[in-house]
Design a protein around this ligand. Sequence first.
Ligand SMILES: Cc1cc2nc3c(=O)[nH]c(=O)nc-3n(C[C@H](O)[C@H](O)[C@H](O)COP(=O)(O)O)c2cc1C
Length: 238
Amino acid sequence: MARTPHVVGVSGSPTAPSRTTVLVDEVARSFAEATGGTSTTIELAPLLAELGAAPFRSGLSPRVQQALETVEAADVIVVGSPAYRATYTGLFKLFFDHIGQYALVDKPIVLTATGGSDRHALLVEHQMRPLFGFFQSLTLPLGIYASESDFRDYAISSDDLRERINTTVSRTLPLLRSHIDPESLGGFNWLSQHLDREVFSDGDGGLEQEDQRSARECASAVACGSGVASADALARAA
Ligand SMILES: Cc1cc2nc3c(=O)[nH]c(=O)nc-3n(C[C@H](O)[C@H](O)[C@H](O)COP(=O)(O)O)c2cc1C
């Protein structure tokens, strides 16, 4: 039976309240509304100490494990981070360090960030997009960057930002629709449906089921990353 897509937001701000969380939540809800799905936003701020408690996923708290599993099971992910020293926060990276190496293959990702000014807006393109290229995810072509002046009292106050969110949703909807067509949702999880699997070490002394075809054919994230996935999905959308 067809199911509705679930959009999961991840806010990498270490503070609460947080402009980034407000932005991520708004974008996740907009995508959920446009795709007829549901959304959840995960704030990493409350998980700050727990994420630093162990080097490997198996040693992390049940709360963190749950958050990781929720992100890995999402149909669409909206990620967001404040600019800290011109890149995403260490907290944001720490969380994604624990996501399975092949858990986000072909997964649609919406990139967002906030900053004190527009000076570091390109962190979306130059820091975030390559990270999700490593994961071989389908990063959507339009990212959203907002500066402090786009918010008042931790609410979006800028019509221009709202317009950019609407534009991002409407321009990427055809691509998303082709990718998360409810008729094909059963086949949407590549790892469980389409690909051979092999078992190899996850560096934690344990074993992890992984994507044999990706390992064999995708020698580098550059060759098999978001660019290739985007072209493929765009062709299917046409
Ligand atoms: C440690 C630290 C480093 C920061 N570095 C930058 C930066 O390099 N560029 C920038 O535009 N803003 C920088 N900022 C400002 C934050 O990115 C900005 O206030 C952001 O909107 C905060 O998001 P939040 O409310 O979600 O925490 C920095 C703030 C902090 C606390």
